[in-house]
Design a binder for this molecule. Structure first.
Ligand code: ACO
Length: 311
């Protein structure tokens, strides 16, 4: 413990200023950030798979180009976030090992399959919409590199959300079959999207400390409520219904009430037993192994440049 460092850290947090990589910080603060930022990075990288599944089958050249760009954005988000985590002292190799060994968590949402084209719409509208609600406040997180990475990520997520909305709008106003496909997809993604915000506040062990450190700015339930309030009028514009019979405006609270979520399902997904956990990790492992030659070549090239510079 460094008393001067501790005092400076406390001062920064109290003044709501940024902590930078060279500042002293408590071990627990560093640990919680490594946990959250690496999980966030893994989510972006695993999140490429459910949509990557549709690149070769997108219904038009334009849709294909948009989808490719979006999936590439997600790769970029993963890379900024791994870089932000590295400033905390964890290596990229270590994070990758933890992901492919199944030790590290990533967002529950990416363990659901994408059987229809409408799922590209639901992912954009609901999943990226939830991501924005959760991530806009993270642009003000106390750790500088994380907060700065979030600014660009949020701008790109806004575009992703709109493109998803537009896919659903197009389907909803299309043929009867297309409308049904859109509705069926929203029926499957609605509850898992609400679970993205994490367990209810009473069961969220990390929230209180993360809020005290200005990493999280709002609780899981507050953000979930904000998201529900946002999507209800959007669903009306889409001409689609949200699959929750308990969803209704509560005049007194000034918010929409919504039904209980299946937290048992959430816990199963977190334990690796969701519908697509095994395939997501297997694909990631294969991609990592398949990329070994690139890493070896890059290391050999760096070594040769170093040797030449020494001559
Ligand atoms: N999926 C998987 N794990 C989750 C989820 C989820 N949706 N929600 C919570 N958890 C995990 C937490 O990581 C934590 O586990 P851990 O202690 O082993 O790390 C546990 O459940 C308990 O949850 P909380 O105490 O509420 O955890 P935390 O304070 O970290 O809050 C949250 C969870 C809201 C997801 C937070 O970590 C966060 O804001 N992360 C950054 C955003 C992010 O990762 N988004 C990824 C999906 S969006 C996208 O990539 C498009």
């Amino acid at each position: 413990e460094d008393p001067a460092g501790r005092a400076r850290f406390d001062e920064l947090i109290t003044a709501d200023q940024r902590v930078e990589p060279t500042d002293w910080m408590p071990d627990a603060y560093r640990k919680t950030l490594v946990r959250q930022v690496s999980q966030h990075a893994h989510s972006e990288i695993i999140g490429m798979q459910p949509e990557g599944n549709w690149i070769t089958r997108a219904p038009s050249l334009k849709r294909k180009a948009i989808l490719m760009a979006k999936v590439q954005d997600e790769a970029g988000h993963g890379l900024y976030l791994y870089s932000a985590a590295q400033t905390l002292g964890v290596t990229r190799d270590r994070m990758t090992e933890d992901l492919i060994s199944g030790k590290a968590k990533y967002s529950s949402i990416f363990n659901y399959p994408t059987p229809t084209w409408a799922d590209m719409g639901s992912i954009g509208w609901l999943v990226d919409g939830a991501a924005i609600c959760n991530q806009v406040p993270l642009c003000r997180a106390s750790y500088g590199p994380y907060a700065r990475a979030m600014v660009r990520i949020c701008k790109e997520e806004s575009f992703h959300q709109r493109q998803g909305f537009e896919i659903l709008l197009h389907l909803s106003r299309g043929t009867k079959e297309q409308h049904e496909m859109a509705q069926e997809s929203v029926n499957r993604w609605y509850a898992p999207a609400l679970m993205m915000f994490g367990p209810p506040d009473a069961d969220s062990p990390n929230s209180a400390q993360s809020m005290a450190w200005n990493i999280k700015r709002f609780s899981n339930d507050d953000l979930r409520q904000r998201f529900v309030d946002m999507i209800v009028p959007q669903a009306e514009v889409l001409g689609l219904t949200l699959p929750d019979p308990d969803l209704k405006w509560n005049e007194e609270r000034g918010h929409y009430d919504y039904g209980e979520l299946d937290w048992n399902e959430f816990s199963e997904v977190l334990k690796g037993r969701g519908p697509a956990n095994a395939i997501r990790l297997e694909r990631r492992r294969q991609a990592h192994e398949g990329g070994a030659w690139v890493r070896e070549a890059a290391a050999a090239y760096a070594e040769r440049r170093r040797a030449m510079a020494e001559k």
